[in-house]
Design a protein around this ligand. Sequence first.
Ligand code: CP3
Length: 360
Amino acid sequence: MSSFPELQNDLIIRAALGKPVDRVPVWIMRQAGRYLPEFRQLRSQYDFFTICRTPELACQVTLQPIERFNLDAAIIFSDILVIPQALGMEVQMLSEKGPHFPRPLNVPEDVKRLNADVNVNESLQYVMQALTLTRQRLNGRVPLIGFSGAPWTLMSYMIEGGGSQTQSKAKRWLYAFPEPSTQLLSLIARTVSAYLIEQVVAGAQMLQIFESHGGYLTKELFIRFALPYLQEIHDAVQAGLKDRGCYDIPLVIFAKDCHHVIGEVSALGYDVVGLDWTMDAVKTRQLVADNVTLQGNLDPCALYSPPEDLKQMARDMVDRFGKQRYIANLGHGIYPDVDPERVKCFVDAIHEYSSSNADK
Ligand code: CP3
């Protein structure tokens, strides 16, 4: 492993691992993105996946929000869809439509097209290089977060071929082809586990898994087709990191719209459970084990509020979650039309309020 500059702000790692903090750490999902004019400027010159595949550019974009705001973590600029790409699928990013797969998986036979023996360290070498470069350039300012999509969420994109209101094509597989579905999910889980371990070796200091489409599943489907693979990833990454001599790397699970299974999700062993904006902080705290840190969950649309209202919502959120074992964030990614000044207002409000209430 390369040697990296010493970490000066380890607040988010401490909060994630349940160590005492003197203020609440904060970061924002999709903090590197289109609401920043400097991102839009770069994006007008390069295709989305070209930025992902060019370590210098991915690093620059990752650092953009860190230069502007008092954030407590950076998240590497990439996308969850680099895994389907590594498995051999073509993915394009269309400007108005979002992700597009020209040849999605239609029938179980199509799974044979995938590259089952993918070596993520080779196929996704550009992510590793971006992580190493960014970790160097951060120079210890804040920790660097790596991430991946969860197996069910990635499977749903690979079958739907892009966004979907219903996920009905992907859910059809679960009901009509359960056995091939589990084979596909296992292949993705194995690939994701290896990918996450390599990200840490390359420089990631915390890992987040996005189960963004968990809320489309019934409790029964979630327990059969999502939960076991989240467990597998947790266990494989924990064991793999230990083997590679990497310690104290917090694992975060963000399962969106998953009230119906939040107890099960929070019992998987992840250090941090991310909550979307519909979840109640107090009730969730009572439901999950004491050794879990909660992350979230301001409505991303609250950033459209006048600054005074926004500050009050940030303070109320800290009051409800409490100051320990808590990481402030939005309940999902920031929207592209948010004013960056409001981001500053939110981040500063969390810091000011949580450090003035030192004993909470
Ligand atoms: O958080 C960050 O700042 C790091 C970068 C990041 C991106 N995507 C960059 C991105 C992360 C962590 C993601 C995760 C991601 N990607 C998820 C999980 C989080 C979630 O939103 O639930 C998902 C589902 C995707 C797939 C994806 N990528 C979609 C659906 C879209 C289109 C929707 C949109 O916001 O435009 C993307 C594109 C994307 N990924 C953009 C960015 C900055 C915008 C694309 C552009 O510049 O044209």
